[in-house]
Ligand binder design. Structure first.
Ligand code: ADP
Ligand code: MG
Length: 361
């Protein structure tokens, strides 16, 4: 009887230890495999949640697109091209938005010098304002101009044409008079289309969330095949949109941290683009080191494979115990045999976890 009790006790202790060991073995493999694929997991829970996600929301600029916009068109009204670029780049030089960089770089290439700017102000998600000499300059989107009661009729068609091609247009006014428009093109990343179509095949709903206007957003959305586009969302409303989408299930958000860190935090899983900002990396649960969107698909596959492995490991661990415990209980199993059964089950678990390495992501 004493033998039975000792065996029973030993089996109980090992069972408990191994249940923990099993999960950590699979998770260790997962971290290694993820790191090799450029997926860093900052919060282990995220991998657990990932397999239950049904909607994946993407930021546009810097996430679906390269985030390196280039000036691709411009139109002037009553000023020279040089004047328009000089005024715009002087003000944009004080902004950190990717749009700003496009204009400043263009001015640099054209060797256009910058002017002194006073009273600079950022109107988040809309544009920027500043003073050059004594002229008040406004640069931004239609919403900013409507707010300032500046009529856009004369340029509306031109703006629509650019936007329908997926370009973002900026309108420039000097003392409330429109002096030009500048179109910016930010092309989609090489793998955006592939990542979205793979997510659809896996049964996910995809959404693009952006502060940009509806037409540009739709053109980019169509190009990469995303199922839904939510545009003209101000930076501080992005997290609220995630809350709305969470009414239909768990949501993952993929962003680069420019204007979207609160959304990264609000989502059930925040996936940060590693080439984005520091704040994205701090807010994200999972980091896609090389910025590739197909990393999202890999992270999902990794999550599913890990949980399959953990379940299988627990199954193999318990099957030996289910057989061994009753036998041991009736005193029919020598403690040495009990221990061997445990060793065999552990070896099986190790082999099974190692197989995670060969998982195709
Ligand atoms: P996204 O969600 O695509 O990253 P944002 O919320 O950062 O977009 O910006 C939304 C829109 O506000 C831009 O598409 C642009 O029209 C306008 N905007 C923002 N910053 C600037 C800027 N520095 N200069 C001109 N326009 C700007
Ligand atoms: Mg962005």
């Amino acid at each position: 009887m004493a033998t039975t009790i000792v065996t029973f006790h030993l089996i109980g202790r090992y069972l408990e230890m191994r249940a923990k060991g099993k999960a950590s073995m699979a998770i260790k493999q997962l971290l290694n495999l993820g790191a090799k694929k450029g997926i860093l997991i900052r919060r282990g829970e995220a991998i657990q949640t990932m397999k239950d996600i049904n909607t994946i929301v993407f930021d546009k600029t810097g996430t679906i697109t390269k985030g390196k916009p280039e000036l691709c068109g411009l139109k002037t009204f009553g000023v020279t091209k040089k004047e328009l670029i000089q005024i715009s780049s002087s003000i944009e030089n004080l902004s950190e938005h990717p749009i700003a960089r496009a204009i400043v770089n263009y001015a640099k290439n054209e060797k256009i010098s910058l002017l002194k700017v006073k009273d600079f102000k950022i109107i988040r998600g809309k544009g920027i304002i500043g003073k050059i000499k004594n002229d008040k300059i406004i640069i931004g989107n239609s919403a900013l101009f409507e707010e300032n009661k500046i009529n856009l009729d004369m340029i509306e068609k031109e703006i629509f044409n650019f936007e329908n091609l997926g370009k973002t247009t900026m309108i420039i006014a000097k003392n409330k008079k429109i002096i030009g428009i500048i179109a910016i093109s930010d092309i989609i990343k090489d793998d955006s289309k592939k990542a979205i179509s793979q997510l659809h095949e896996l049964g996910f709903k995809t959404v693009m969330l952006t502060g940009d206007n509806k037409r540009t957003a739709k053109a980019i959305g169509d190009e990469c095949g995303i199922s839904e586009v939510i545009a003209q969302v101000l930076p501080d409303q992005k997290a609220q949109k995630i809350v709305d989408l969470q009414k239909n299930g768990l949501v993952a958000f993929v962003g680069d941290g420019i204007n979207d860190a609160p959304a990264l935090k609000q989502a059930n899983v925040g996936i940060a683009i590693g080439t984005g900002t520091d704040i994205a990396i701090e807010s994200g649960d999972i980091i896609l080191v090389n910025g590739k969107l197909t990393g999202v698909v890999s992270a999902i596959k990794l999550s599913k494979a890990t949980f399959r492995k953990i379940k299988q490991n627990l199954f193999w661990a318990s099957i030996y115990n289910v057989i061994a415990i009753p036998i041991a209980f009736f005193g029919l199993l020598h403690p040495m045999i009990g221990m061997s059964a445990m060793t065999i089950s552990s070896i099986n678990v190790i082999l099974n976890s190692v197989r995670l390495k060969n998982e195709k992501l």
